[in-house]
Design a binder for this molecule. Structure first.
Ligand code: NAI
Length: 284
């Protein structure tokens, strides 16, 4: 166990509620900050249903006992005493830099770690919004957080080694995840490889080369992938897939990262995958 006991999470959406859940399941005292009273209620609902599911599957003894370690609030000042704060708000650079500026004012311990779960925004941009860039790094979890084992650790040029090592100990020893080290480049390791693969599958489908079902079956049955790239895009969300592709393209200017027109049109149409009931497939 590390000396990190008090965990703060900003944003209680899909990822933030998952990060809060795994932290509380590891015995930490957790505060989640949301942006409004309605969002506080929504985050509480997400945590309750996920923990009840974990309880019914025998993964935890008592959902109630874990929930008692989590407070969901709409007041950022309650994060003052935290040992680590993990930001998981919308993927918007302006919103995140403003939040890091605010966290720097609010969190009192100079040893506290300010981490971001961003998928594509340079950590350096968040670090320089604070007066403590040596204590800022990326700690990138995967969806669904309670299930997937990987965390990418992303120090910026300014992060000190002690911060990275404390964050590593927290995710590995306390949360039971596996950490890999990545440079502060858009996409880190996993998305830099996964997104162009998904984009290639979309281009293949768009050109009429093969059906969505056959592309996905090809990868499942021929390459032992757990699901095909188009089903995976539907799961990630086509808006998120497009946003990450655009960040990668912006950073590297390589055609393989350019979002194909079909992906653009589907996002404009609101066909975002599972979350809206229709993407490359239809969901009931
Ligand atoms: P989401 O939209 O489900 O959740 C974002 C939450 O942040 C919302 O509940 C919103 O009310 C809240 N929020 C927005 N501004 C806020 C503020 N100023 N203060 C407090 N709360 C605020 O988004 P999701 O999918 O959880 O993504 C969050 C972050 O995690 C993004 O940076 C995303 O790139 C990253 N990420 C997402 C993954 C995914 O598969 N969805 C995977 C890994 C990282």
């Amino acid at each position: 166990m590390t000396d990190i006991e008090r965990v703060g999470v900003v944003g209680g959406g899909l990822m933030g509620s998952g990060i809060a859940e795994v932290s509380a399941r590891a015995g930490k005292d957790v505060i989640v900050v949301e942006s409004s009273a309605a969002a506080v209620e929504a985050a509480r609902g997400r945590l309750e249903s996920s923990l009840k599911r974990a309880e019914s599957r025998g993964k935890i003894d008592s959902a109630q006992a874990v929930l008692e370690r989590i407070r969901v609030v709409d007041d950022i000042e309650q994060l003052a005493d935290r040992d680590i704060v993990i930001e998981a708000i919308v993927e918007d650079e302006k919103a995140k830099t403003e939040l890091f500026r605010r966290l720097d004012e609010v969190v009192t311990s100079p040893e506290a770690i300010l981490a971001s779960n961003t998928s594509s925004i340079p950590i350096m941009k968040l670090a320089v919004a604070t007066k403590r860039p040596s204590h800022v790094l990326g700690v990138h979890f995967f969806n669904p957080v309670p299930v997937l084992k990987l965390v990418e650790l992303v120090p910026s040029l300014m992060t000190d080694d002690a911060t990275t090592e404390r964050a590593r100990a927290f995710v590995q020893d306390d949360l039971g995840k596996n950490a890999i080290d990545c440079q502060d480049r858009a996409g880190f390791v996993v998305n830099a490889l996964l997104i162009p693969f998904i984009l290639s599958a979309i281009r293949m489908f768009e050109s009429g080369f093969a059906s969505a079902e056959d592309i996905d079956s090809g990868l499942v049955l021929g390459a032992a992938h757990p699901q095909g790239p188009l089903a995976l895009a539907d799961l990630i969300g086509l808006d998120t897939t497009k946003a990450v592709a655009e960040s990668l393209y912006e950073e590297f200017k390589e055609p393989l990262y350019a979002a194909p027109p079909l992906l653009q049109r589907m996002v404009e149409a609101g066909l975002l995958g599972r979350k809206t009931g229709r993407g490359f497939y239809t969901y009931s």
